[in-house]
Design a protein around this ligand. Structure first.
Ligand code: ZN
Length: 201
């Protein structure tokens, strides 16, 4: 494979390599696996990818992925509407939801601040969070961004943004190793980090 001729297999490998965490070798292994897959299964996979793009959208309130205009958490009258837990990505929302310990609302930033990579405030859904706070229901914003440089920068930025509104801002801290992606934290660690949240000055 010299990379200049784009036969279907090379093209598939190129597309797979765009996925996070997939290097050249893994992309090749997956491509050959797909090649050997029964046509019906391959079609099912392709259709699932298309369905995600065509049928899912972002919740108008919290940016969670949803089939409806408003996601099931925002639409649920049983959720505690006085709390909003802020995460970088939907995958972390699901990780926290799996613990069963959190009953409030969420807000997905769909990214984080990274001055080094040129990702600024306009690249995260922070303004829509402020708009939600203006509705006056929120008593506490729990910032659950990742314990990485980007996550910390985002937490500091959000705190400065939210403080003037008078809403309490807390940050989960307990038991999460620095540099770890929250998506991969186990449930006990996540519960502890929620319980151990501290107010941000
Ligand atoms: Zn929502």
């Amino acid at each position: 494979m010299d990379g200049t001729s784009q036969n279907p297999l090379d093209q598939l490998i190129d597309e797979l390599r765009k996925l996070p965490g997939i290097g050249r070798k893994t992309a090749q292994r997956l491509a050959f696996f797909l090649l050997k897959m029964p046509a019906e299964e391959a079609r099912g996979l392709a259709q699932a990818v298309l369905d995600v793009k065509e049928r899912l959208r972002f919740c108008r309130w919290c940016n969670n992925i949803s089939e409806e205009e408003v996601c099931r958490f925002c639409a649920d009258p049983m959720r505690d509407r006085t709390r909003i837990l802020v995460v970088e990505e939907t995958s972390i929302l699901f990780a926290i939801e799996r613990t069963g310990e959190y009953k409030g609302l969420y807000h997905v930033l769909v990214g984080s601040l990274s001055p080094l990579d040129g990702r600024g405030p306009a690249d995260i859904k922070a303004q829509s969070l402020l708009d939600r706070l203006k509705l006056g229901e929120t008593k506490e914003v729990i910032i659950a961004t990742n314990p990485t440089i980007e996550g910390e920068a985002t937490a500091i930025y959000l705190t400065r943004l939210i403080k003037p509104t008078g809403v309490k801002v807390t940050r989960i801290a307990y038991g999460i190793p620095v540099g770890m992606d929250l998506e991969y934290a186990d449930e006990v660690t996540l519960i502890k980090s929620l319980e151990g949240r501290r107010e941000l000055a």
